[in-house]
Design a protein around this ligand. Structure first.
Ligand code: DSN
Length: 449
């Protein structure tokens, strides 16, 4: 029996229930994944006990010699993984990692604060077209503090038209142009974005949270040469612990007049240098966060070590191969896909023609232990809480070892449920098959807490 189950059987039972839910179902939420046992182990250590505000060699509290080692190792591995360097190398790859952000939202907030001041204009993708809450939604800090203008995908193709984005950027003259999305199934042209940003005198920021693992493995175009600041969560395709990190160019192309960074709100203290990475560091701490989550930072380092191994490249390739197989099967089974398919790890299905809404479909799929999320589709006529689409992803099942043949079968099962949303016999049959498939790919074998 674990110590936890002896001390707190009530919580132990809840956690074990969740572990079993993850084991027994098909996890197809595009932003979710399963960390390895070694990452799990690293997350649960006494490193959680330490306060370590500041950075290596500049901490506010004593006793941080090993925390310095852990954070430095995480930074070193992050920089190796994305092939960036703090010193001598091609200028477009001179970047520095900050591994302290607790989550993607904090990473984005710090990035905005490092490059802009409240009220400045930021141009990003519309949430309804695949953007993120922190990309300027009015209900989020980003939309309240900054003046966001949004671009979207084309009505016919559901793809980005870079010429239209160029025209809009020239008209809007934003301080930051942001690319990187939560529900865009296509390759992003980072080079074109970078050129546009330079043409209009804007910073180019990338939020690569969804595709970081694909980028690190060379399965998606690399934003590094083009972007000034890149944020990412660490728990999606990167398959690390829940958290985030930021890669920042050391050279600040535009030297922004940010009051926070200039220190006007910090009693005259702050970062006045032309070093953008230092401004980002300052925006994370003390700008945004207090003590870093040191146990999570150590687990990020472990996950980066895993992602540096050759098998991770195979994993990333398989994520995309699985998504393509799934897309093909859904299409064959009369489910419309936004943009007609996928280049990455996710698929956005437009269910309008099926008669089911995204909410109904996600609930029906949950009944058979397949987990997806309801999602707006571009130009959706429905509301966010009951939109027309669902988003489906392959990173988690690929971690469990699912292949293209199984993805094709899963595509048919998903389509059958959606086309027969109230048919209990189909649900019963599907539930059984889901269990067989899940059992064939054991997860956290033997783990009980
Ligand atoms: N919630 C994440 C997603 O599902 O895309 C983004 O933060």
């Amino acid at each position: 029996m674990s110590l936890l189950s002896q001390f707190d059987p009530e919580m132990s039972e809840i956690i074990n229930n969740e572990i079993n839910r993850q084991r027994q179902g098909l996890e197809m939420i595009a932003s979710e994944n399963f960390v390895s046992r070694v990452v799990l182990e690293a997350m649960g250590t006494p490193l959680t006990n330490k306060y370590s505000e500041g950075y290596h060699g500049h901490r506010y509290y004593r006793g941080n010699q090993f925390i310095d080692d852990s954070e430095s190792l995480a930074i070193e591995r992050a920089e190796k993984l994305f092939n960036v360097h703090e010193g001598e190398c091609e200028p477009e790859r001179i970047m520095k990692a900050n591994v302290q952000p607790h989550a993607g939202s904090q990473a984005n907030m710090a990035a905005y604060m490092a490059m802009a001041k409240p009220g400045d204009k930021i141009m990003a993708m519309d949430l309804a077209h695949g953007g993120h809450l922190t990309h300027g939604s009015p209900v989020n800090f980003s939309g309240s503090l900054f003046n966001f203008v949004h671009y979207g995908v084309e009505k016919e193709t559901h793809k980005l038209d870079m010429e239209k984005i160029r025209t809009q950027a020239k008209k809007e003259k934003p301080r930051i142009i942001l690319a990187g999305y939560t529900a865009y199934p296509r390759e992003i042209d980072f080079k074109a974005f970078g050129e546009i940003a330079r043409e209009v005198g804007a910073y180019f920021m990338v939020d690569m949270a969804h595709i970081a693992g694909l980028i690190s493995a060379g399965v998606h175009t690399d934003p590094i040469p083009h972007a000034d600041v890149i944020t990412t969560t660490t728990h999606k395709t990167l398959r690390g612990p829940r958290g985030a990190m930021i890669l920042s160019k050391i050279e600040d192309r535009l030297q922004p007049p940010s009051p926070l960074i200039r220190g006007e709100r910090q009693g005259g203290r702050g970062v006045k240098s032309k070093n953008l990475a230092k401004k980002v560091d300052f925006a994370v701490f003390p700008g945004m966060q207090g003590g870093p989550l040191d146990h999570i930072i150590s687990a990020k380092a472990v996950a980066f070590a895993e992602a540096l191994r050759p098998e991770f490249k195979e994993y990333a390739k398989q994520i995309v191969a699985n998504a393509k197989a799934l897309a093909e099967s859904l299409t064959k089974n009369n489910i419309d896909l936004v943009s007609g398919g996928t280049d990455n790890h996710l698929i956005l299905a437009d269910l309008t023609k099926t008669g089911a809404t995204g909410k109904e479909a996600s609930l029906a799929l949950e009944e058979v232990d397949i987990y997806v999320n309801k999602n707006m589709v571009p130009y959706d006529t429905r509301k966010p809480m009951n939109p027309s689409g669902i988003r489906i992803g392959t990173p988690a099942l690929t971690t469990r070892g699912f292949n293209e043949t199984e993805m094709k079968e899963i595509g048919k099962m998903i389509a059958d449920i959606i086309h027969n949303i109230n048919d209990e016999s189909i649900k019963e049959k599907t539930r059984k098959r889901v269990k067989e498939m899940a059992d064939a790919h054991p997860l956290y074998d033997g783990l009980v807490v």
